[in-house]
Design a binder for this molecule. Structure first.
Ligand code: SAM
Length: 286
């Protein structure tokens, strides 16, 4: 059995603790930080919605993380950010601010980067994970954990009254139809909030999965779409080695920032060779 994904049970077997801080988290969270830094450039408030938030804080010295060792080849393998790289510096400072044995998931990274006028809604369906998330978010002003189905709740939260915001859709991909659910949720969301910045995480098991999802997202009305891909090379025990992120309405300059970040991450994240990566416009360049 693969840790973190046992048998399909309505998406309720997955535990992010097995994967927290791995190469996929590093790329996803670096991109999230780049988007949040962009939103912070204007005084006007923004909202962040995390539809599949997880438990918020992960113990890297715990049994789950120890079993896979994924964080050791992810966050723990990174050195300092290159001088002047604000995105990587902010990601590393934020991730490390919880201590070297604890990794913050997306809701905690967002919570740390909110200003007093901004707001986070973090949705998590698994009751135990959501209870932990509720506790982890307690110290943070203007954050809310919602124990519910992220796809169902998303529509009701859009458009946010702030009319500015980022939405992260990061499901466990245990369900055979997760790609279709994700594309449907994005289509509904875009009808309500066309100018939102959407980050959609996906695993790359075959090239056709990534292309099919990208095609569905374009068919659902995305007019500005960027795709990031990262391949770290050799796999231990058949674990995931390639990951992708689709960004709908990426902010100005985000593509260049991610090229810089990924080129700095390629050596530490690569296994036996530098990681291979790409940043590619699928619609509406710039
Ligand atoms: N976004 C988190 C991060 O970056 O730190 C990681 C999330 S993890 C990949 C996916 C989470 O989605 C799991 O905690 C799982 O329990 C939860 N989940 C599964 N199905 C869900 C649903 N329909 N709605 C909300 N959460 C769900």
């Amino acid at each position: 059995r693969k840790p973190g994904a046992v048998r399909f049970n309505g998406g309720m077997n997955y535990r992010h603790a097995y994967h927290a801080g791995n190469f996929a988290d590093v790329m996803k969270h670096t991109a999230l930080v780049a988007v949040l830094l962009h939103l912070r450039k204007k005084q006007a408030p923004f909202a962040v919605i995390d539809t599949h938030a997880g438990r918020g804080l992960y113990d890297l010295s715990g049994t789950e993380a120890g079993k896979t060792g994924e964080a050791r080849q992810g966050i723990a393998s990174l050195g300092d950010a290159p001088a002047g790289n604000e995105v990587l510096q902010t990601y590393l400072d934020t991730a490390r601010s919880f201590g070297s044995a604890t990794y913050p998931g997306s809701p905690l990274i967002a919570a740390r980067l909110l200003r007093p006028q901004d707001r986070l809604v973090a949705i998590e369906k698994h009751p135990e994970e959501c209870e932990a998330l509720t506790t982890a978010l307690k110290p943070f002003h203007k954050t809310r954990a919602v124990c519910a189905d992220g796809y169902e709740r998303l529509a009701a939260l859009l458009p946010p009254p702030e009319r500015r915001g980022a939405i992260l859709i990061d499901p466990p991909f245990e369900a055979p139809d997760e790609f279709a659910q994700m594309a449907d949720a994005l289509g509904n969301a875009l009808r309500r909030f066309a100018t939102g910045i959407y980050l959609l995480w996906f695993p790359i098991k075959t090239k056709s999965d990534a292309d099919a999802l990208s095609g569905e997202v374009l068919a659902r009305g995305a007019t500005k779409l960027l795709r990031l891909q990262l391949d770290v090379g050799a796999s231990a025990e058949g674990r995931l080695t390639q990951t992708g992120l689709l960004i709908v309405n990426p902010p100005y300059g985000f593509d260049a920032q991610m090229r810089e970040a990924l080129s700095a991450l390629a050596a530490p994240l690569g296994r036996g060779r530098p990681a291979q990566w790409s940043v590619e416009w699928l619609a509406g360049e710039g």
